[in-house]
Design a protein around this ligand. Structure first.
Ligand SMILES: Nc1nc2c(c(=O)[nH]1)N[C@H]1C(S)=C(S)[C@@H](COP(=O)(O)O)O[C@H]1N2
Ligand SMILES: [Mo]
Length: 523
C-alpha cells in the first residue's frame, strides 16, 4: 500500500515543519517581548517570569541555587527559562499540525503568564503587560502564517483525483516555506539583537549616572593599611569587579537620579525625604567594612571587604526622631525587596551606613546605586538593602523578604575563617609553604586563628594588623609539607572569646558553621 506509506511520511514531514513553525513563532514572540520592553523601559517578560520564579520558589530551593551556582544563579535561571520556552514552542508547533487552536491557546497562555508576572512585579504597572501581549499576538500571527505555508494536502498524489485538495488549500510549496522560515528566523534575530542593544543602551545610561564622581572626603581611610596584607591571593580590599554579588534582581531597578529619593518614615517624629544631592551635601564618612552573605558555605566566596563612603545612618535617624516604640529598621529597595534589623543595631554606636560610594568609586549599579545600607556585624539579607528607597521604622510585624522563607530574624554574622592558600585539592611540592587565609567576625573582631594539620594540635597562626573589628583579618602560618595526603583545618576565635564550633551546619536558617578543611597532595 504505497499510498499509506506516503501518507505517514507526509504526516511526519508536516509535523516537522509545524514544529519548526512553532519554534520560529516562539522566537518572534520572545524577541518582540524583549525589544518592546526595552523600548518602553519596562521589565522584559522573561525577566518578570524569572523574578516571579525566584520569589515563589521555596526558600530551600533558593538557598540551594545560591549555594550551587553562587553569583551565576541568574544565568542558570535564564538558561532554564529559555530551555523550557524552546521545548514548549517546538511541542506546541508540532501539535498544531493537527489542531491550530493548540498553538494559539499555548502561545496565548505563555503571553498571559508573562503579563501576569510583569503586573505582579512591585515596581511595574499595567504598561509592563504590553510586551507579553504584543509578543504573544506576533507569535500567534507568525505561527498561523507559517502553518498555512507548511500545510501539505495529504492526498495530493496525482492518482487520487476524487480527493484533490479543496480549492482554498494550495499544495505544499517547499521553496516558499523555506523562504518564509528563513525570513522569520532573520526577523526574530533582528528583533532579539535590537532588544539586547536597547537594553545595553539603558544599562549604559544607568552606568553614566553611576559614574558621577563623589565629593572628596575630609578624612579618607587608608586603602590597605601597612601590615593588613599578608599574602597576595586575597587582597585586603576586594576590588568592586571581584566583589561577590547576591540579589534577587534579574534586571536593575529602573531608577533615575533626578527622580530618586530616600524616604525615612514610619515610627518617627519627622518623616524625611532626601534627594541624592541632599545626601551628597551631608558630611561624608568612609569606613572599611566586611560584608558577607548568610548563604556562604564554609570556605565559600560570598564575602568581601570594601571601603564604603556615605552618611551615618544614626545621624539620619536622629534627625527623623525614632519613637521609643520602634523595634525594626525596615528598608525597601526600588524593586520591592525588603530587609530589617533591630533599631539597636542602628543606634548602638556601630557604623551602620547609608552608602553612596565603594572603594573610592561611586557605588556600582550591581552593588546598589544610587544608595544602599551596610551594617557591620549583620548578614546582608537582614540589612544591606541595595537600590535603597525607603527606611521605615516599624515593629517586627513587618517581615523582610527572606524572613518569609524561614530565615532567621536575628542574624548577626557568625565567626568564620577560610583557607585561601594552598588551594583545596591542589598538589604542591614538599618543603616549606605558607598556609594562609582570612577570618571575620564583624563588630566583634578577630582575636585568634588556629590551624590544625592532619588532625594534629591547634597551632596559632600569625595575624595581620588589626584594622578594625568590622573588617576581616588575614592570617598565615608556615608549614613544612612532607610527601603524602594531608588535611588542613582552620578555626577562629572572636574578641568575645567565642571559638568557631567544629559542628557542621548548613547556612539555613542563620549561617553555616564548621571548620573550613581542605585536602591536598604533597609530592
Ligand atoms: N535590593 C536588594 N538588596 C539586597 C539583596 C537583594 O536581593 N535585593 N540581597 C542582599 C543580600 S542577601 C546580600 S548578601 C547583600 C549582598 O550585597 P552585594 O551584592 O553588594 O555583595 O545584598 C543584600 N541587599
Ligand atoms: Mo545574602
Amino acid at each position: 500500500m504505497p499510498h499509506v506509506v506516503t501518507d505517514t511520511f507526509a504526516h511526519v514531514m508536516l509535523t516537522r515543519r509545524a514544529a519548526l513553525s512553532g519554534l520560529l513563532a516562539g522566537a518572534v514572540a520572545v524577541a518582540s517581548g524583549v525589544v518592546i520592553a526595552a523600548a518602553i523601559d519596562v521589565v522584559s517578560p522573561v525577566d518578570a517570569v524569572g523574578s516571579e520564579v525566584i520569589d515563589r520558589s521555596p526558600g530551600s530551593v533558593k538557598a540551594w541555587a545560591i549555594e550551587q551556582f553562587g553569583t551565576s544563579d541568574k544565568t542558570v535561571l535564564r538558561l532554564g527559562i529559555y530551555t523550557i520556552l524552546v521545548i514548549a514552542a517546538f511541542t506546541l508547533g508540532a501539535l498544531s499540525a493537527r489542531r491550530r487552536t493548540i498553538g494559539t491557546t499555548g502561545i496565548a497562555a505563555f503571553g498571559a503568564v508573562g503579563a501576569l508576572a510583569a503586573l505582579n512585579r512591585p515596581d511595574q504597572g499595567l504598561l509592563a503587560t504590553i510586551p507579553s501581549v504584543l509578543g504573544a499576538l506576533a507569535g500567534i500571527a507568525v505561527l498561523h502564517w507559517l502553518l498555512r505555508l507548511a500545510t501539505q494536502t495529504l492526498h495530493s498524489a496525482p492518482a487520487a483525483d476524487d480527493t484533490a485538495p479543496p480549492p482554498d488549500v494550495a499544495p505544499f510549496d517547499r521553496r516558499r516555506f523555506l523562504i518564509a522560515s528563513g525570513a522569520t528566523a532573520a526577523a526574530a534575530y533582528t528583533l532579539g539583537a535590537s532588544g539586547i542593544a536597547l537594553t545595553k543602551v539603558r544599562l549604559n545610561n544607568l552606568r553614566r549616572q553611576a559614574s558621577r564622581p563623589l565629593p572628596p572626603l575630609d578624612r579618607p581611610v587608608a586603602g590597605t593599611p601597612t601590615g593588613a596584607q599578608l599574602f597576595d591571593e586575597t587582597p585586603f580590599l576586594t576590588p568592586n569587579s571581584r566583589f561577590y554579588r547576591i540579589d534577587t534582581a534579574l534586571s536593575f531597578p529602573r531608577a533615575t537620579l533626578d527622580e530618586w529619593t530616600l524616604t525615612i518614615d514610619g515610627m518617627v517624629d519627622r518623616p524625611l525625604t532626601f534627594t541624592y544631592d541632599d545626601l551628597l551635601a551631608r558630611e561624608q564618612v568612609e569606613r572599611t567594612i566586611t560584608l558577607c552573605c548568610v548563604s556562604n558555605a564554609i570556605g565559600g566566596p560570598l564575602v568581601g571587604n570594601a571601603r564604603w563612603q556615605g552618611v551615618m545612618l544614626r545621624d539620619l535617624l536622629e534627625e527623623a526622631g525614632v519613637r521609643p516604640s520602634a523595634e525594626q529598621v525596615f528598608s525597601t529597595s526600588a524593586d520591592g525587596w525588603t530587609s530589617g534589623f533591630p533599631v539597636a543595631a542602628a543606634l548602638d554606636g556601630r557604623d551602620a551606613m547609608v552608602v553612596l560610594g565603594m572603594n573610592g568609586e561611586t557605588l556600582p549599579i550591581e552593588h546598589g546605586f544610587p544608595a544602599r545600607l551596610v551594617v557591620p556585624g549583620l548578614y546582608g539579607y537582614v540589612s544591606a538593602t541595595k537600590w535603597l528607597e525607603r527606611i521605615t521604622l516599624t515593629t517586627w510585624d513587618d517581615a523582610g523578604y527572606w524572613l518569609q522563607y524561614g530565615w532567621a530574624k536575628d542574624a548577626p554574622v557568625k565567626t568564620q575563617s577560610r583557607i585561601d592558600v594552598p588551594r583545596p585539592s591542589s598538589t604542591i611540592e614538599a618543603g616549606r609553604h605558607a598556609v594562609a587565609g582570612i577570618a571575620w567576625a564583624q563588630h566583634r573582631g578577630i582575636e585568634r586563628v588556629e590551624v590544625s594539620i592532619d588532625d594534629g594540635p591547634w597551632l596559632e597562626a600569625t595575624l595581620a594588623v588589626d584594622v578594625s573589628d568590622d573588617t576581616w583579618r588575614q592570617w598565615m602560618i608556615e608549614w613544612d609539607a612532607t610527601p603524602g595526603e594531608h588535611t588542613i583545618a582552620v578555626r577562629a576565635t572572636d574578641k568575645d572569646g567565642e571559638t568557631q564550633t567544629a559542628d557542621r551546619a548548613d547556612s539555613y536558617p542563620d549561617g553555616a558553621t564548621g571548620h573550613h578543611t581542605i585536602q591536598l597532595t604533597v609530592e
